[in-house]
Design a protein around this ligand. Structure first.
Ligand SMILES: *[C@@H]1O[C@H](CO)[C@@H](O)[C@H](O)[C@H]1NC(C)=O
Ligand SMILES: *[C@@H]1O[C@H](CO)[C@@H](O)[C@H](O)[C@H]1NC(C)=O
Ligand SMILES: *[C@@H]1O[C@H](CO)[C@@H](O)[C@H](O)[C@H]1NC(C)=O
Ligand SMILES: *[C@@H]1O[C@H](CO)[C@@H](O)[C@H](O)[C@H]1NC(C)=O
Ligand SMILES: *[C@@H]1O[C@H](CO)[C@@H](O)[C@H](O)[C@H]1NC(C)=O
Ligand SMILES: *[C@@H]1O[C@H](CO)[C@@H](O)[C@H](O)[C@H]1NC(C)=O
Ligand SMILES: *[C@@H]1O[C@H](CO)[C@@H](O)[C@H](O)[C@H]1NC(C)=O
Ligand SMILES: *[C@@H]1O[C@H](CO)[C@@H](O)[C@H](O)[C@H]1NC(C)=O
Ligand SMILES: CC(=O)N[C@H]1CO[C@H](CO)[C@@H](O)[C@@H]1O
Length: 310
C-alpha cells in the first residue's frame, strides 16, 4: 500500500516537474523572441535623433513594443510586423540589429532625415514586402544583398543620395510590383534583367544618370502601367511596336533623354495610354497619324525638337 502511495506521489511530482519545465521552456522561447525584437527596437531608438522627443518618451520599456508609436505587431505571434516612422521629422541611421526583426513585413521611414548606408543584415528579413525609404539622405550603392529579399513587392529609394551602377541589380525580385528609384545618382546601363520581373507595374527611375538603350525585355512585361525615365541620359530607338505586349500601359515618361529616330507608329496601339511624355529628346520626322486614335490620352509632351505633323 505504502509503495503504491509513494509511486503515486512520485508520479505526481514528476508530472508537475515536466509541466513546469515545458511551461518555462515555452515562456523562455517566447521571451527570447520578443526580447530580440525589443533589443532591435532599442538599438533603433538609440540610433534615432528626435527633436520633438516623441520616440524617446513613447518607446518605453515599461510597455510592450507592440504599443509603441509607429510599431505594429502581428496578432498571432505578437512579433513586430510593421514599422512606420514616416513624416516624423527625425534623423538617424538604420542599425544592423533591425535585421533581427524576423517577422517584419513593412518598413516605412519616408520623409525624414535618415542617412548612412543600409546595413547588409537587413538581407535576413525574408518576410519583408514593402520597403519605403523615400525623401531621406541615405547613400551608398544599390545593395547587392537586397536580391535576397525575394518577398519584396514594393521598393522605394526615391529622392536619396544612392549612387553607383544599377546594372544587373534588379534580377531577383520576381514578386516586385513597384520600383521607385528616382532622384538619386544611379549610373550605368539597364540590362535585360527586367525579364525577371513579371509582376512589375510601376517603374520610375527618373532624374538619375542612366545611359544606353531601354532593354527590349522591358516592353514584354505585361503588367506594366507606368514607365518613367525622365531626365537620364538614355539613348537609342523606341521599339516600333512599343505596346504589343503592354496592354495595361497608362504612362510613358521619357522626356529629357537622348532617344532618337521616329516616334513609333505602334503608339497608336497603346489603347489605355493617358500620358505620353517624350519632349527634349532627339526624335525626328513625323508625328505618326495613328497617334490621333488614342482617345484615352490626357497629357502629351512633345516639345523640344523638330517634329512635323502636329
Ligand atoms: C532563441 O531561441 C532559439 C531557439 O528557440 C535559439 O536558436 C536562439 O539562439 C535563441 N536566441 C537567444 C538570443 O537566446
Ligand atoms: C505611445 O503612443 C501610443 C500611440 O500613440 C499610445 O497609445 C501610448 O500610450 C504611448 N505611450 C507612451 C508611454 O507615451
Ligand atoms: C541582433 O543583431 C545583432 C547585430 O546584427 C547581433 O549582434 C545580435 O546577436 C542579434 N541577436 C539578438 C538576439 O539581438
Ligand atoms: C539572387 O538570389 C540568389 C539565391 O537566393 C542569390 O544566390 C543571388 O546572389 C541573388 N542575386 C542577386 C543579384 O542578389
Ligand atoms: C551602355 O551605354 C553606353 C552609352 O550609351 C553604350 O555605348 C553601350 O553600348 C551600352 N552598353 C550596353 C551593354 O548596352
Ligand atoms: C517578348 O515576348 C515575345 C512573345 O512572347 C518573344 O517572342 C520575345 O522574344 C520577347 N522578347 C524579349 C526581349 O524578351
Ligand atoms: C535633370 O537632372 C539634373 C540633376 O541630375 C537637374 O539638375 C536638372 O534640373 C534636371 N532637369 C530637369 C528638366 O528636370
Ligand atoms: C485608327 O482609326 C481608324 C478609323 O478611325 C482606323 O481605320 C485605323 O486603322 C486606326 N489605326 C490604328 C493604328 O489603330
Ligand atoms: C526631410 C523631408 O523630405 N522633408 C519633407 C517632408 O514633407 C514635407 C511636406 O510634404 C516637405 O515640406 C519636407 O521638405
Amino acid at each position: 500500500m505504502q509503495t503504491i502511495y509513494f509511486l503515486f506521489v512520485g508520479a505526481l511530482v514528476l508530472l508537475h516537474f515536466i509541466a513546469t519545465i515545458s511551461a518555462s521552456i515555452s515562456i523562455a522561447n517566447n521571451h527570447n523572441n520578443s526580447a530580440s525584437d525589443l533589443n532591435a527596437l532599442l538599438a533603433f531608438k538609440a540610433a534615432i535623433f528626435d527633436p520633438q522627443r516623441i520616440i524617446p518618451t513613447n518607446w518605453s520599456t515599461s510597455t510592450s513594443v507592440c504599443s509603441w508609436i509607429g510599431i505594429t505587431c502581428n496578432a498571432r505571434h505578437h512579433r513586430v510586423a510593421a514599422i512606420d516612422l514616416s513624416y516624423m521629422g527625425i534623423a538617424g541611421t538604420i542599425p544592423p540589429q533591425l535585421g533581427n526583426l524576423s517577422f517584419l513585413v513593412r518598413l516605412n521611414v519616408m520623409n525624414n532625415s535618415f542617412h548612412g548606408h543600409l546595413p547588409p543584415e537587413l538581407s535576413r528579413l525574408h518576410r519583408l514586402k514593402h520597403i519605403e525609404l523615400a525623401s531621406n539622405d541615405f547613400e551608398g550603392e544599390f545593395p547587392s544583398w537586397l536580391g535576397a529579399l525575394t518577398a519584396l513587392r514594393y521598393l522605394s529609394f526615391w529622392d536619396n543620395g544612392f549612387s553607383g551602377s544599377l546594372s544587373g541589380r534588379l534580377s531577383n525580385f520576381t514578386k516586385l510590383e513597384t520600383i521607385w528609384l528616382g532622384h538619386n545618382f544611379f549610373t550605368g546601363n539597364l540590362s535585360e534583367e527586367f525579364s525577371a520581373l513579371p509582376k512589375l507595374k510601376f517603374l520610375e527611375i527618373q532624374q538619375n544618370q542612366l545611359v544606353g538603350p531601354l532593354p527590349r525585355a522591358l516592353f514584354n512585361l505585361s503588367s506594366l502601367q507606368k514607365i518613367g525615365f525622365t531626365n537620364n541620359s538614355l539613348s537609342g530607338y523606341l521599339p516600333a511596336h512599343i505596346c504589343d505586349y503592354l496592354p495595361q500601359l497608362q504612362g510613358i515618361y521619357l522626356s529629357w533623354n537622348y532617344f532618337e529616330g521616329e516616334i513609333p507608329s505602334g503608339i497608336g496601339e497603346c489603347s489605355g495610354l493617358q500620358v505620353l511624355s517624350l519632349s527634349y529628346n532627339k526624335f525626328r520626322g513625323y508625328i505618326p497619324k495613328e497617334f490621333w486614335n488614342l482617345t484615352t490620352l490626357t497629357e502629351i509632351y512633345l516639345g523640344g525638337y523638330d517634329l512635323t505633323g502636329l
